[in-house]
Ligand binder design. Structure first.
Ligand code: ZN
Length: 231
């Protein structure tokens, strides 16, 4: 597409899509990263284009500030920006709190799996943590309460960890120069014999990866077929 009127001067903000600070007082907008945010309704406008901001302000907030002097309107805009920044900080804090709670839930699920504990014990652990924290540092109780440790959640976490470990082994196995497989036999709580398959691989930098590759029930005659499948 070519410009039919090359002589027509375009405004710099139209060319570069830069947020013009004057739009804050004029249309009550501010820039948050790559978007323009309306200070009144917090709607976002994806493109830094004066026409879009002006249209938003004129259609949605027609009479906003019409009874205010220019100075008062500027002060109002400053206040609204401050409030918006506070809200954003609050949201960031909440999301980092959620992130930490999720991480803690994974750490505990991993421990439960490592120690062969019953999944239901996580609920008991949480109960203990909540009670202890309530005594020692009640000001952070909400952080502990946010850690999800229900039995169902632990199942989901352990599944996710298993998938992740599997992907890590698969990724590492691509660079194995040599590998060996070790088998071990064990029985589960229902007395079914299980064969445990371990892999140990070494890459060209002598980095060693050792992991439980699979666990298979020994119901009938066992052949080397499933070991090949794992490989
Ligand atoms: Zn608005």
């Amino acid at each position: 597409m070519t410009d039919s009127k090359p002589s027509k001067k375009r405004k710099i903000e139209d060319e570069c899509r830069v947020f013009n600070k004057e739009w804050t007082d004029r249309y009550l907008f501010t820039d948050v990263r790559v978007k323009a945010v309306c200070l009144i309704c917090h709607d976002t406008v994806a493109v830094f284009k004066e026409y879009n901001l002006k249209r938003h302000f004129q259609t949605k907030h027609t009479n906003f500030g019409s009874n205010l002097s220019k100075q008062k309107l500027q002060r109002k805009a400053t206040d609204l920006i401050k409030r918006l920044r506070q809200q954003q900080t609050m949201l960031q804090k909440t999301s980092s709190l959620q992130r930490n709670a999720t991480k803690a839930s994974f750490v505990l699920a991993n421990k439960i799996a490592e120690q062969n504990k019953s999944f239901a014990e996580a609920e008991f652990i949480k109960d203990c943590m909540v009670n202890a924290v309530n005594v020692v540092c009640p000001e952070v109780i909400s952080k502990v309460e946010a850690i999800r440790l229900s039995r169902r959640m632990i199942v989901r976490r352990i599944d996710a960890i298993a998938v992740d470990i599997q992907e890590q082994v698969l990724t590492a196995s691509v660079s194995f120069q040599w590998f060996s497989i070790a088998l071990d036999e064990s029985t589960d709580i229902q007395d079914t014999a299980q064969v445990l398959i371990y892999i140990r691989g070494i890459d060209k930098n002598f980095g060693i990866t050792e992991e439980l590759l699979s666990m298979e029930s020994l119901k009938d005659t066992v052949t080397g077929r499933f070991i090949q499948q794992c490989h």
